[in-house]
Design a protein around this ligand. Structure first.
Ligand SMILES: NC(=O)c1ccc[n+]([C@@H]2O[C@H](COP(=O)([O-])OP(=O)(O)OC[C@H]3O[C@@H](n4cnc5c(N)ncnc54)[C@H](O)[C@@H]3O)[C@@H](O)[C@H]2O)c1
Length: 269
């Protein structure tokens, strides 16, 4: 008789991932599917979301496309947050994991030159949806029984000053703070809440950073940033996805409230 127990890290779990059309979010969605989870992918870029779905379909065996759902919407709208949680419950039967990953970098600006509109927009995209999603995920996880795990993608910018990036840093600091506050309050329900703090990861967002540093010579900017990283390279989205999968899994069952740097050692120097 063959052993039919599925030993993959996230077997039988259902995970919602925001910002899943590209970059880190897409890598997280791919990894969660590889680890056996059903996944709800959420993004406001519908075309990129459909492209991601094609990639997923190609990597899954026949019939595997029933293992993921797409929610096209802007996470700054409460309705998108409700829809993504409802989709996990209605189409996949439960909710075990949430990855609050979608975020924007905003603009490089001197502290006093930031507008009230930019401030409000950064909160509306980088902070409020993560808070709302945690708030709505908790009862859905409890209804599914067995607890749950939430992973918030913050940034090393949560822990340190970066000239010209005060609004981005503020939002990531807020996400880190919500992480350990929610971790404390949700612990008695066995819902763990952790944050990943990536350093420079090779995605479109980092391309924007390079352009800000040196609009004409992004290769020069890349070299400058790389020189600040002891491991001597940018991180890959898959390297954040691996940490997210671990934190979502039962292997991390005794870990809650951490802000985990994944930065090639950049914060050491
Ligand atoms: N790349 C890095 O170096 C780096 C470093 C630290 C932290 N982060 C964080 O990681 C997360 C993912 O970043 P990335 O580098 O993959 O970025 P990315 O720009 O490559 O991808 C972000 C995805 O989020 C989606 N998104 C953005 N705003 C949205 C909204 N309002 N509603 C729905 N979807 C939205 C985008 O459409 C896109 O698909 C972000 O929170 C970012 O702040 C990235």
């Amino acid at each position: 008789m063959s052993d039919t127990i599925d030993r993959r890290k996230l077997a039988e779990k259902v995970v919602v991932v925001t910002g899943a059309a590209k970059g880190i979010g897409r890598a997280v969605a791919v990894r969660c599917l590889d680890e056996g989870a059903d996944v709800v992918l959420v993004d406001r870029d519908e075309a990129a979301l459909n492209d991601a779905a094609e990639i997923l379909k190609a990597s899954l065996d026949g019939g595997g496309s029933s293992r993921f759902s797409l929610v096209a919407g802007d996470i700054s709208a409460e309705s998108t947050i409700r829809t993504m949680i409802d989709t996990a419950l209605d189409r996949h039967g439960r909710l075990d994991g949430l990855v609050n990953n979608a975020g924007v970098f905003g603009e490089y600006n001197r502290f006093e030159n930031n507008s009230i509109e930019s401030f409000d927009q950064m909160i509306a995209i980088n902070v409020r949806p993560a808070w709302l999603a945690m708030k709505y995920a908790k009862p859905a996880m409890l209804a599914s029984e067995g607890g749950g795990a939430i992973v918030n993608v913050a940034s090393m910018a949560a822990m340190r000053a970066n000239r010209g990036l005060s609004l981005y840093g503020m939002t990531k600091g807020a996400v880190a703070n919500l992480t350990f506050n929610a971790a404390t309050e949700f612990a008695k329900y066995n819902v763990r809440v952790n944050a990943i703090c990536p350093g420079p990861i090779d995605t479109d967002m980092l391309g924007t950073v390079e352009e800000f540093i040196d609009a004409r010579h992004s290769d020069v900017a890349r070299t400058k940033i790389t020189e600040t990283i002891p491991l001597g390279r940018y991180g890959k989205p898959e390297e954040i996805a691996a940490v997210a999968a671990f934190l979502l899994s039962d292997d991390a069952g005794f870990i809650t409230g951490v802000r985990m740097p994944v930065d090639g050692g950049q914060s050491l120097e």
